[in-house]
Design a protein around this ligand. Structure first.
Ligand SMILES: Cc1cc2nc3c(=O)[nH]c(=O)nc-3n(C[C@H](O)[C@H](O)[C@H](O)COP(=O)(O)OP(=O)(O)OC[C@H]3O[C@@H](n4cnc5c(N)ncnc54)[C@H](O)[C@@H]3O)c2cc1C
Length: 387
């Protein structure tokens, strides 16, 4: 497996164990059927509790049965899951970084007790509702409203493009609390079986097909006051969750690119044309050399991010740079790998075209490539160029 500058030599035993566990799980339980799921537009839901048993949901958090592993171990996990399919990594990212993280960081003791162990074991599934039909890159313009009524809140609005919403037990819904001064954005834990909640599936996707995506419609939905996340107010609530998830994506994208590289290298060594393997042609070697270099430099950035995160020096802008760079890298390299596989490369029998299609979503969600460019632009110049 490509690790050109020997980064894995420095892993500790726990990090190796997590990497190996994830690699074995993916190879034995998911990889054999992933192309079928992609073609059918389904997610292998039976593995959700299995992933919980293996500790794949938010293992970098602690307490409530969570092991608190290193940020490198968490990154390696995301890398191995996405080496199989971005949909698999998305499942773990949403459950861990977008649902368990805000409950862990901003939830009441009762919310933590109720949800974290069950989500961690994969007995319950969560989703994260931020994007709306009219507000994607600018979620602060959200229209979803929460109105205080006695000791309840009444929620109205609609969210779209929500990973796992059709199978979720609970949604972290971000809404403007209109009854409060300045109408701050607040997070609410909304059980999906409440009256007024519907979660239609979005079926027309040509990307991230092995992942369930849907809407969340909220019509006059009543939740008790205890369902509001008490520890955060304003856009820093959802944005801090996105920083956690984007960190995992920066690692995960490297896994997708690595899988494309491995598939292309193997193919080039086996595929004979003009009397020998195509790997002997300089044009093909150039592609492999470039892929290996791009993957290695992205991997270095991911490892550095883990160090910064571990010591508390990671800024959201660092994560923007890594998400932006590593996903673009993976998107570009998946095309090169696909090209090296010739006609076979356009089939589901090989992974590069599936990764390539998936990476269109990864390039767009959790802040589009453009938005991360603007975040970096603002950080580098002090001037915000969003409007
Ligand atoms: C499969 C999938 C799963 C998803 N899962 C979730 C989820 O679980 N939860 C959730 O809340 N959301 C989720 N999303 C939504 C995702 O985060 C949004 O699609 C994304 O933020 C972009 O929003 P948009 O699609 O509305 O595009 P828009 O914001 O309309 O952008 C359209 C284009 O305009 C560009 N653009 C926008 N603003 C600017 C600007 N200021 N300057 C320059 N260019 C600009 C963008 O870069 C993009 O190219 C998911 C999306 C997909 C596709």
């Amino acid at each position: 497996m490509l690790d050109y500058v020997g980064l894995e030599a420095d892993l500790d035993s726990e990090e190796r164990l997590i990497r190996d566990t994830a690699r074995r799980f993916v190879d034995e339980q998911v990889r054999p059927d992933i192309a079928e799921h992609f073609e059918a537009g389904t997610f292998p839901t039976e593995i959700i509790p299995e992933m919980g048993e293996l500790g794949f949901y938010a293992p970098n958090l602690d307490g409530y049965g969570l092991p608190g592993v290193s940020e490198t171990a968490y990154g390696l996990l995301m890398q191995e899951l996405e080496a199989c399919d971005s949909g698999l990594r998305s499942m773990a990212s949403v459950q861990g970084a977008l649902v368990m993280y805000p409950i862990h960081a901003f939830g009441s003791d009762e919310q933590k007790e109720r949800w974290l162990p069950a989500l961690g074991r994969g007995e319950k599934v969560g989703c994260f509702g931020l994007t709306e039909p009219e507000h994607g890159s600018n979620p602060s313009a959200m229209e979803t409203r929460a109105e205080k009524d006695g000791d309840e809140y009444v929620l109205d609005g609609s969210k779209t493009w929500i990973t796992n919403s059709p199978i979720a037990d609970v949604a972290v819904v971000w809404a403007r609390e209109t009854s409060a001064e300045d109408s701050p954005v607040r997070g609410f834990l909304v059980e999906t079986d409440r009256d007024g909640v519907t979660t239609n599936k979005i079926d027309e996707k040509l990307s991230l097909r092995a992942s369930i995506t849907g809407e969340i419609s909220l019509q006059n939905v009543r939740v008790p006051e205890e369902n509001r996340l008490p520890g955060v107010s304003g856009m820093k609530g959802p944005l801090s969750c996105l920083t956690q998830a984007r960190y995992g994506i920066a690692w995960g994208a490297v896994g997708a690119a690595r899988d494309c590289f491995e598939e292309a290298r193997e193919y080039a060594l086996e595929r004979d044309q003009f009397g020998g393997p195509i790997a002997r042609f300089q044009l093909q070697q150039d592609k492999l050399a470039e892929m290996a270099t791009q993957i290695t430099t992205s991997q270095l950035l991911a490892y550095r991010l883990a160090e910064l995160k571990e010591r508390g020096d990671l800024r959201p802008q660092h994560v923007s740079m890594a998400k932006r760079n590593n996903v673009r890298m993976a998107r570009d390299q998946s095309r090169i790998a696909r090209e090296m596989l010739g006609g076979n490369g356009i089939t589901a029998d090989y992974s590069p075209m599936r990764h390539m299609a998936n990476l269109e979503t990864v390039y767009t969600y959790e802040g589009t490539h453009d938005i991360h460019t603007l975040i970096l632009g603002q950080d580098l110049t002090g001037i915000a160029a969003y409007e």
